[in-house]
Design a binder for this molecule. Sequence first.
Ligand code: PLP
Length: 395
Amino acid sequence: MDWLVPLADLDYGAEEETAVRDVLHSRWLTMGGVTQEFENEFAQFTGARHAIAVSNATVALHLAMLALGIGPGDEVIAPSLTFVATTNAVLYAGADVRFADIVGPCDLTIAPAEIEKQITPRTRAIVVMHYGGYAGRMDAILDIAARHKLAVIEDAAHAPGAKFDGRALGTLGDVGCFSFFSNKNLSTGEGGMLVTGRDDLAAKVRLLRSHGMTTLTWDRHQGHAHSYDVTALGYNYRIDELRSALGRAQLAKLEKGNARRREITARYWDALEGIGLELPFRGAFRGAGGSPAASACHLFPVLLPPDADRAAFMDGLRAAGIQTSIHYPPIHCFSYYRERYPGVALPLTEAVAAREVTLPLYPTMSDAQVEMVIAAVRAGGPVVRNHRLNEVETR
Ligand SMILES: *Cc1c(COP(=O)(O)O)cnc(C)c1O
């Protein structure tokens, strides 16, 4: 479809083209010097001690599990209102997932009190997903983790450039995982980054990223080594120089892009108030991690009234040329997970997921496009307008 306003769009220009051309001219395509520079710049940007570039965020999450020694017999607590990769990574490692519910309609991140309910003697780690780029309840979660000696893994796929108490999301727990998939705030097509402050984890991740080999092809090319040993069962989870070059160009634009995302979010919040929608994260723990000032504003979620016809609402926007999406169908409701973990019930996750619609949000969105979305949502017709607004708003 040719959308007037797509859900997301790349912020690509001459910088990206030059970056890729330079790599092509260098005649070195696989992981090497450009990747090292990308890692150094990302480490500096986030304040992380180690930043390790990988093929995508899914493998970053897998490596996080492996580096933490999580495996068969272990349990990892995770949200269900997230992309399926968040918990697939737990299963790749041979461990089991324990799903925990979200805080509620105003905060779609995992609830500390629900995490505590899922802790068993087998629990090893908590995964926090910073939904839409808004910080999870890190104070409480880090406190729970410390009391129960659990690791904290941050799925920061939505959150490059976001902060909590002045610290970059992804750097608060033991490991943070970022995605550079096309529709993320920083895009390289496929790509990801794992950050950690722990030297032991960084060493394991570097080893497992490349087959468990003690030296890289790049090291040998540079004359630093002639051979290698294999000291662990590793993988090929490397990134390449073309993507790292795109990543460097995109990192240079990230702050500006995030600022524009915050501006659009603030405009949406003002313009979409009082029409029967709930606006998650608006005013939720303002001044702490959840204010738009600290968010990477990756997504703009709205919640329709509980009995609204979501398909009709989305069809109405599509007819106006506006693309929308749903974040997310809960993981525990997918066939595979239902069979594997029958009987999981997460009332808040299920209720919110049934009402959620994600509106377009990307840095190159024009003011006219933002107003087009606002007008279409406000006209959103029978679906939203006919609801008794007060009932929704005073709940
Ligand atoms: C995109 C995404 C991932 C997976 O990222 P890839 O780089 O595509 O593997 C994981 N978790 C969340 C929350 C995501 O949005």
